[in-house]
Design a protein around this ligand. Structure first.
Ligand SMILES: Nc1ncnc2c1ncn2[C@@H]1O[C@H](COP(=O)(O)OP(=O)(O)OP(=O)(O)O)[C@@H](O)[C@H]1O
Length: 276
């Protein structure tokens, strides 16, 4: 299918993996990793087989948030066994960077790592493989789309104008690399105060308006809650509390919409790709 031009191979589907979904943001610190981790845990609790690649070279926090920071085992010559935590198989750039040193990589090495994480890790059969991207736009996404076909991307933002300004750039980037945006999530939307009132910290509603402007789906909002931060810091994501919990509910609502959107995209593509 590829046009050639000296490129040996286009992106190849990962055997046994139904959906690869990238989680991105324009701005850093909006809670992209928190959303990716809780989404993964929620999908797992909903009965889906789920993997998570932490490709956030600037802040590989997935191991901390999932509570396991040990190195992965190598099987045989060059296969890597993903780490299993809370029902999620994961691998992280944080596990290969020694100590507290920053990850300094040039493009080709980064590309190799992304390929390795996708192709040399024993993912087994997965319904969803989520990819936690670094914030912003750039190399990792290009490596990713050159390696595997993506079902789509989820973009996380707060409702603030500056975060949304950057989220729009992320939307534009996904458009340029022909990755369908499954929808937008607003994180740290509102915060419930001890007296029961809601405090609007970052401009709640901004992400939904942005989604509408772009004709994209709004996948839901996640409240700001110190327990969410604590769950991340202690390796016990709040989604573990289940879909009926005050804390976890938001993430399950988002997860259901992601499943629906991914299946819709795959069905649309299946019209072309299905082999009977
Ligand atoms: N809904 C929330 N309520 C409270 N704290 C949150 C929430 N979402 C994220 N946080 C906290 O905000 C901080 C930043 O979150 P996180 O690391 O997930 O952001 P990020 O967008 O992935 O950052 P980066 O990609 O720049 O590393 C973390 O301390 C996290 O625990």
């Amino acid at each position: 299918m590829s046009a050639g031009h000296g490129v040996p191979q286009g992106p190849q589907p990962l055997p046994g993996v139904s959906h690869v979904v990238a989680v991105g943001s324009g701005k850093g610190g909006v809670g992209k990793t928190t959303v990716a981790v809780n989404l993964a845990v929620a999908l797992g609790r909903m009965g889906y087989r789920v993997g998570l690649v932490d490709a956030d070279i600037y802040g590989p926090n997935v191991p901390t948030m999932l509570g396991v920071t040990r190195q992965p085992n190598v099987i045989g010559e060059n296969r890597i066994e993903p780490i299993l935590s809370h029902g999620v198989k994961f691998i992280s750039v944080g596990l290969i960077s020694p100590g507290d040193k920053p990850m300094m990589m040039r493009g080709p090495m980064l590309h190799q790592i992304i390929r390795q994480f996708l192709m040399q890790v024993e993912w087994g059969d997965l319904d969803f493989l989520l990819i936690d991207l670094p914030p912003g736009t750039g190399d990792v996404v290009i490596s990713l789309v050159q390696t595997v076909p993506l079902t789509g991307a989820v973009v996380v933002s707060t409702g603030s104008s500056v975060a949304l300004e950057d989220a729009r750039k992320a939307l534009e980037m996904f458009h340029q690399v022909k990755v369908e945006v499954l929808g937008l999530v607003e994180n740290m939307s509102q915060m419930r105060m001890p007296d029961g009132s809601m405090l609007d910290v970052f401009g709640a509603g901004g992400t939904e308006r942005t989604a509408q402007q772009f004709g994209l789906e709004f996948l839901g909002s996640v409240d700001m809650n110190p327990a969410v931060r604590k769950g991340g810091d202690t390796g016990m994501p709040v989604a573990l509390a289940g879909p009926d919990s005050e804390l976890g509910r938001n993430f399950y609502d988002v997860a259901k919409k992601v499943v629906d959107a991914a299946e819709r995209v795959a069905d649309a593509e299946g019209d072309v790709l299905e082999i009977s």
